[in-house]
Design a protein around this ligand. Structure first.
Ligand SMILES: *[C@@H]1O[C@H](CO)[C@@H](O)[C@H](O)[C@H]1NC(C)=O
Ligand SMILES: *[C@@H]1O[C@H](CO)[C@@H](O)[C@H](O)[C@H]1NC(C)=O
Ligand SMILES: *[C@@H]1O[C@H](CO)[C@@H](O)[C@H](O)[C@H]1NC(C)=O
Length: 292
């Protein structure tokens, strides 16, 4: 009797427990990236914050969701925000951060497909258009920089781990989701102004607000050279009109051997000495940056 009750209640709770769900979404992009959404059982008060969690290469939205090093499902359960888990449609599972169509506002690439997912999260699931956040690691971190540049009006804040500057993986032949050795190796270097222009040219004429950027990178990254951290900081300091010198720095924060550099209210860099590829997500610190 007792065990039967337990069994029944276990069945009942699993029947209602939130699961990751594949959904169709109105998608006018050439890219047909699949969308998964996770709506926790206990939702935050409406309108609900949305966090887009973008996977690394050789992964997918589903695999990333199940990866216990990726803490955003837990955050969603605890705080009641909705998470969106896009999947790369490209072979190898990397995001297209190299073709013109992904590196341009409404160019039709993967970035536009993810923008469409955000719009669907707002219109269909009650997401708060003023609290849309983006995070990602490695290829997902690159895409986070690209989204911040191509769809700045959709996103409030970004927390990206171990990526490269927006546009750094550009393909000279225009190929989709092409690896770029010059960028990954840290040889793609430019002035702050030139990197800022790369962002501005992804959406020419745009003058509205841009997302707050939090950039994490490890000093021992053997996949995307640590130089990409300096280049990314140059890029966003220029976009926000900040100098190259932090206004404040905190050593050993948020973890031992990490250093947090604040360049102004819209840009924070976190450099992790001794950490390789990629820096593990720190849910607390990213949520803090998002104001969640
Ligand atoms: C395509 O979708 C984007 C983002 O949802 C939207 O801003 C744009 O107007 C759409 N374009 C067309 C041609 O429908
Ligand atoms: C790699 O990216 C750099 C910019 O970071 C670009 O100048 C170069 O043409 C790209 N290489 C290839 C092979 O597309
Ligand atoms: C994550 O960052 C918070 C500060 O935001 C810090 O207290 C915590 O120790 C960090 N987490 C880990 C696992 O180090």
């Amino acid at each position: 009797m007792f065990s039967q009750t337990i069994l029944l209640s276990a069945m009942a709770s699993s029947a209602i427990a939130a699961t990751l769900t594949r959904v169709d979404y109105p998608n006018n992009a050439t890219s047909k990236a699949p969308m998964h959404i996770y709506v926790p059982d206990k939702l935050a008060p409406s309108p609900v914050p949305l966090v887009v969690v973008i996977h690394s290469c050789q992964s997918s939205g589903e695999q990333y969701f199940r990866n216990n090093k990726i803490p955003w499902k837990q955050g969603s359960d605890k705080k009641g925000y909705i998470t969106i888990w896009p999947s790369s449609p490209n072979s190898g599972g990397c995001w297209d951060v190299s073709s013109k169509r992904s590196l341009t506002n409404l160019g039709g690439g993967d970035s536009q497909a993810i923008a469409n997912m955000i719009v669907h999260g707002i219109t269909k699931y009650g997401g708060d258009k003023d609290r849309v956040f983006v995070t990602g690691g490695s290829s997902g971190g690159m895409m986070a920089n690209v989204l911040a540049s191509t769809y700045p009006y959709l996103i409030k804040a970004v927390s990206l781990y171990s990526g490269v500057p927006a546009g750094c993986f550009v393909s000279s032949s225009g190929s989709v989701a092409q690896w770029n050795n010059s960028c990954s190796g840290g040889q793609s270097r430019a002035t702050p102004e030139a990197w800022g222009n790369v962002v501005r040219n992804m959406y020419p004429g745009y003058n509205g607000p841009r997302p707050k950027m939090q950039v994490w990178h490890g000093s021992a990254d053997g996949t995307l050279a640590p130089q990409n951290y300096q280049e990314t900081i140059k890029q966003w300091t220029n976009v926000f009109g900040y100098t190259q010198t932090p206004v404040s720095s905190v050593k050993n924060y948020p973890e031992r051997n990490y250093q947090t550099d604040n360049y102004g209210p819209w840009l924070q860099g976190i450099y992790a000495t001794g950490v390789g590829h990629s820096v593990p997500s720190n849910l607390t610190a990213s949520e803090e940056w998002f104001g969640l």
